[in-house]
Design a protein around this ligand. Structure first.
Ligand code: GRF
Length: 202
């Protein structure tokens, strides 16, 4: 049985598009996108989902007084889709325990730094400001913290003296598109084993 993926996004959606293309090409096997969810009806990624006839769910967080009620409504809506894996792909809301505890070790994210360095927003600018020589991207399981979950895969890029946040973001994004697809392929083919705080890639 193919693993049933839900993609969560809020904006551009280039990682989502890469995931979809890699499923179509067979680079990611044993997977299908059964839902594209966004809190933002104007997200560019939603236009791509529409053009590719992928099922879409929009729930605007602004209609809820708090995060937990918002996340509860997402979990309720998701229940009929039998989701095996939630892929956060530029999803700009913090995911609460309502989602995490309903999908234990089934929510993954890509972050544009070598975690545990530079968690949170503007990770590429944080890397430039710190003066690191290398940065990169990390695919990780999502836990109750922000960018603290178990690391699945990482890739490294060099930071040159003339890089700024925008050029570094571009370099990292090109790697993200490959790394995220690799991680999803591993998950969907049962190649990720969780051993305590670590993920072993078989
Ligand atoms: C990426 O840089 C990703 O690492 C971060 O948000 C950005 C999303 O970009 N979590 P896109 O929407 O996939 O183009």
């Amino acid at each position: 049985m193919k693993k049933r993926l839900a993609i969560f996004l809020s904006g551009r959606g280039s990682n989502f598009i890469s995931i979809h293309k890699n499923i179509l090409s067979g680079e990611i096997s044993n997977a299908e996108i059964v839902l594209v969810f966004s809190n933002n009806k104007n997200a560019e990624g939603i236009v791509y989902a529409q053009n590719n006839d992928l099922p879409i769910l929009i729930i605007d967080h602004k209609n809820f007084d708090d995060r937990k009620k918002f996340d509860r409504s997402i979990v309720d809506e998701l229940s009929s889709y039998n989701i095996d894996l939630i892929c956060l792909a530029g999803y700009m809301r913090i995911v609460s325990e309502i989602i995490i505890d309903s999908y234990v070790n089934k929510v993954i994210n890509i972050h544009p730094s070598l975690l545990p360095s530079f968690k949170g927003m503007n990770a590429q600018q944080q890397a430039i400001d710190y003066g690191v020589r290398y940065s990169g991207c990390t695919v990780h399981f999502v836990d109750h913290g922000v960018d603290t979950g178990k690391i699945i895969l990482q890739d490294v890029v060099e930071v040159n003296s003339d890089d700024d946040s925008s050029s570094l973001s571009e370099k990292i994004l090109a790697r993200e598109h490959i790394l995220y697809c690799k991680a999803i392929d591993l998950f969907c083919n049962d190649k990720l084993v969780i051993a305590g705080d670590k993920v072993i890639v078989e």
